[in-house]
Structures are given as C-alpha cells and as structure tokens.
Design a protein around this ligand. Structure first.
Ligand code: FAD
Ligand code: NAI
Length: 465
C-alpha cells in the first residue's frame, strides 16, 4: 500500500492548490477526484463556465444594443446557443487540462474514484479499480452541491440547478429564477441578454443581500434595464411541472398569491457542504447540521492530522477562499505559521455592471455601532466610463470616522471585479482613505473612481463631482 505525506480528497480550487503547495514544500502528495476531470465545481460547473457564458452573452448584448451607438452596423445579431455552449465546453476543457499539467509538473499522484475513509490514516479509492492508500496527513476538500427546498423536485430538465443552466441547448422563453443571490443574477443575466424573459423570485427585500443596500439597488436598476423582472419579499410555496412548463406559486409580503409560468425554473437558493460517501465516521468525524466538517482556526478537524478546507467548511463559498485555505493547510502541515484574514477575501459578482466588495459594508458597520464616514463616486462622472459607454454604478469607500483607516469598499460598475484588488492591497497595509486619495491613478481609467471615492471619504474633496 502506497503511503503519502499527504492525501487530498477533492480536486477543486481548494484541493488542487493544496496539492501544488504541498508538493512545492517537498511532501509526497496524492490527490483523489471522483470525476474524470480535475478542477471541481469551479472549473467544471462553476466559476469558469459561468464566466465564459457571461462574456459570450455580454458580447451578444453589446452587438445587439450598443454597437449602433458606436456607429457600428452589424444588422440583427443572432444567438446560436449551441455554439456558445460548445465554446464554453472548450474553455472548460482547456482549463481542466491545465490542472492535469500542473499535477504532472509537480509530481502529484492523481487517483480517480470516490475516496472514503477506512480509518483515520487510510483512504479507499473506488474507481476503475479499488485502491487503498495511506496518508500521514489527510485533507478533506470535497466542496459543495446546490441546495434545494423540500417541496421542489429537481428534474434537471425544466426544474434545474446552475449545473444544467450551463448546458441548456435552447434559450428559454421564460426562465424563472428562485433566489436572487450570486448565481441567480449571473445566470439570469446570461439568458436575459440572450433574449429570454427572466423573472427572479427572492425571499428577502433585495437581491445580492450580502452587499450594502445601495449597491444591491444599483444592480437591480441595471438588471431591470436588460428586462429582468423582480419579485422581492416573495416566498415560493410550490414548484410544479405542467407538461413543458413549470408553474411557480409564491406569496408576496402582503400575503397575495403570485403565480408564474415559465419553461425553465432555475433553483439558486444557496449551496450545501458535501461529504456524501466519504465515510467520515471511520475517521472518527461527522458533519454538522449544515453538512459541514468542523475545523479549528488551523483548519484541523478534531482529529489533528485530518484537515478540511473550502466549501465543505464554514465561511464564504468562494474559489479564492478555498485556494487560500489550501495554501494555508499545506504550510501548516509543514510546520509554518500561515495566516488568512477572512475580512480581506473579496466578493465579486460578474454581472454587467460588475459588483465587488471587500471588508465590512456600510450597513454592517452601522449595525455594529461603529463611527464611520463614507465617500461615493458615480461611474458616470468618469471620462473612461463615458468613452466606453459604461456609465452605470458607483464606488464607495467606508473609513473609520476618526482614524480614516479604510474598513471596507463596495462597488458596482465596469471592471470593478478587477478594481477591488486595489482595495484589498490598501486594507492589507491598513491604508487610510487619504493614502489612496493622494496616489496617482492613470487617466482615463475606471480606477480613478477609486481615487475619487477616497477623496470623497477623506474630506468630501472629490474633484470631478
Ligand atoms: P469544489 O470545487 O466543489 O471541489 C470539490 C471536489 O471534490 C469536486 O470535484 C468533487 O467531485 C470532489 N469530491 C467530492 N467528494 C469526493 C470524494 N468522496 N472522493 C473524491 N472526490 C470527491 N466562486 C468564485 O470565487 N468565483 C466565481 O466566479 C464563482 N462562480 C461560481 C459559479 C457557479 C455556477 C457555482 C456553482 C459556483 C461558483 N463559485 C465561484 C463557487 C466556487 O465554485 C466554489 O467556492 C469552489 O469551487 C469551492 O472549491 P472547493 O475546492 O472547496 O470545492
Ligand atoms: P446565494 O447564497 O448567493 O443566494 C441565494 C439567494 O436565495 C439569497 O438571496 C437568498 O435570500 C435567496 N433564497 C433563499 N431561500 C429562498 C427561497 N426559499 N425563496 C426565494 N429565495 C430564497 O446562493 P447561490 O446564488 O445559489 O450561490 C451559491 C454560492 O455559490 C454563493 O453563495 C457563492 O458563494 C457561490 N458563487 C459565487 C459566485 C461568484 O463569486 N461570482 C458566482 C456563483 C456562485
């Protein structure tokens, strides 16, 4: 039986990054993945395919609605969804092949098959053949799966999750999205841009509720412009197939019944940690009521040499959070003292305009009773935005009222997914709003909005507003 320094179960961004770092540190490393392709949810049915379709549908939308403004006549563009999906598959397979290359390069042994604990050091791999390996240390990186509601039957044909939404072969006539979180607004945008009628039913009083209210309001405005309809403060009570249609019954906050009929219903109400088939009990472990594996601050389970990372543990379900944890665990196993500041893990929504945040929001800080000041700058006041025509949104910086230290940033606008990195760096170095306000930002760029928001937060000194 082969014995490894570390055995990692699950090849998503948590698992494969952990494997690379462990190998870099000289550990004999094995990675187990139950599917044939590596990369987990993120590369196969998450981040990468959704961004590929977001980019494709963005081009289509620009060609249909914006090119004419720039003096470009392309007639009436046609959307060929089959080709779009085909392109997306290629993007995924190239990315997945890249992971295979990295595993070979780092001399990591990859096993395909379901991994399950035999005891606290032994893992059985049930693949084409049955193999048993041992690990001095073991990392659980088994990720998450879409959550649903008890009364919803996911037939994966018309009542679907994000996985099937990335593989549709026809543009829906009417897509009903249950849940106005990240998946709902991203995949809702894809199909709205391609011409589908899209209705979002959200339980709370606003979409993307993890962002500040003003940010979610801005995105709502932008999404309404591409035709998305919102039913907020509305609770779904039943989802029924009726031939090729799906009928959704819900109740609004006044208790009125809302009935929606569409051909596709996307259920995107969150994801649940996944440990099915792992046989945690054989290692002396069990999952909690959220399905998660519980860990301490060092990401160790109650069995010291077994770690868990990524979506299967507490915290944000984000690829870059899983990656940081993968590196953390490899370094901790190597006797180092790594650190993750979870407050500085950015959050991005790839709609158009994009939405991004880091640190604490204005709403949360107010709730905590913290004395704060904010500076906001509208994207429409930027020369760069007018040049490109991307004038929607705003950038907001939140700072401590007395010390001026930046406590958070929230943005909605063109390329804010990339702009947020400046705020992560600023906060890592505990910059004040004035520090950012006094730094030169190239003109004309969207990044000038960051500087202007910092100026606004400093002394209400924005220059172009
Ligand atoms: P996963 O990526 O879920 O990987 C876990 C792996 O473990 C899977 O491959 C699974 O097959 C394998 N596995 C499970 N059990 C076993 C077992 N017993 N034996 C062997 N293998 C097993 N995050 C972002 O940061 N940015 C985005 O833009 C983004 N977009 C997303 C879009 C969609 C539609 C979805 C669904 C998610 C998106 N996410 C995004 C979230 C992101 O995909 C996850 O946070 C991330 O994949 C978590 O990584 P992980 O390594 O913890 O788990
Ligand atoms: P989510 O947690 O982002 O949003 C779920 C939404 O559904 C919330 O707004 C919630 O209020 C609503 N909801 C819950 N129960 C409901 C009900 N019964 N009826 C109506 N609405 C209900 O979850 P989502 O969108 O499924 O995504 C799962 C996770 O995947 C995200 O939290 C995120 O961690 C990750 N993800 C990240 C992306 C990114 O980083 N860009 C993109 C897509 C997913």
């Amino acid at each position: 039986m082969t014995e490894y320094d570390v055995v990692i179960i699950g090849s998503g961004p948590g698992g494969y990054v952990c494997a690379i770092r462990a190998a870099q540190l000289g550990m004999k490393t094995a990675l187990i993945e139950k599917y044939n392709s590596l990369g987990g949810t993120c590369l196969n049915v998450g981040c990468i395919p959704s961004k590929a379709l977001l980019d494709t549908s963005h081009h289509f939308h620009s060609a249909t609605h914006e090119f004419a403004d720039h003096g470009i006549d392309v007639g009436t563009p046609k959307a060929d969804l089959k080709k779009m999906i085909e392109r997306k598959r290629k993007v995924v397979s190239q990315t997945v092949d890249g992971i295979k290359y990295l595993m070979d390069k780092n001399k990591i042994d990859v096993y395909h098959g379901l991994g399950s604990f035999k005891d606290e050091h032994t893992v059985v791999i049930d693949g084409d053949k049955k193999e048993t390996i041992k690990g001095k240390k073991i990392v659980i990186a088994t990720g998450s799966k879409p959550a649903s509601l008890p009364f919803i039957k996911l037939d994966k044909e018309r009542v679907i999750t994000s996985t099937e939404a990335l593989e549709l072969q026809e543009i829906p006539k009417h897509m009903i999205v249950i849940g106005g979180g990240v998946i709902g607004v991203e995949l809702g945008s894809v199909y709205a841009r391609l011409g589908a009628k899209v209705s979002v039913v959200e339980y709370l009083d606003r979409i993307i509720p993890s962002f500040d209210k003003d940010i979610s309001k801005e995105l709502t405005k932008s999404m309404k412009k591409i035709g998305v309809k919102f039913h907020l403060s509305t609770k779904v009570t039943s989802v029924e197939r009726d031939g090729d249609n799906v009928v959704i019954t819900a109740e609004d906050k006044k208790g009125n019944e809302v009935k929606l009929e569409g051909d596709i219903c996307l259920v995107s109400i969150g994801r649940r940690a996944y440990t099915d088939g792992l046989n945690l009990e054989a290692a002396g472990l069990k999952s909690n009521d959220k399905g998660q594996v519980e860990v301490n601050d060092n990401l160790q389970t109650k069995v010291d040499h077994i770690y868990a990372i990524g979506d299967v543990v507490r915290g944000a379900m984000l690829a870059h959070k899983a990656e940081e944890e993968g590196v953390f665990v490899a370094e901790h196993m190597n006797g180092e003292h790594p650190h993750i500041d979870y407050n500085l893990v950015p959050n991005v929504v790839y709609t158009w305009p994009e939405v991004a945040s880091v640190g604490k929001g204005e709403d949360q800080l107010k709730e905590e009773g913290r004395e704060i000041k904010t500076g906001s700058f509208p994207m429409r006041a930027l020369g760069r935005s007018r040049a490109s025509g991307d004038t929607e949104g705003l950038i907001k910086i939140i700072a401590d009222a007395k010390t001026d230290e930046i406590l958070g940033a929230q943005m909605v606008g063109a390329r804010t997914a990339d702009l947020i990195a400046e705020m992560v760096v600023a906060m890592e170095f505990r910059a004040s709003a004035e520090d950012i306000a006094r730094m030169s930002h190239a003109h004309p760029t969207y990044a000038e909005g960051v500087k202007e928001a910092a100026l606004a937060a400093t002394d209400n000194r924005a220059l172009h507003m």
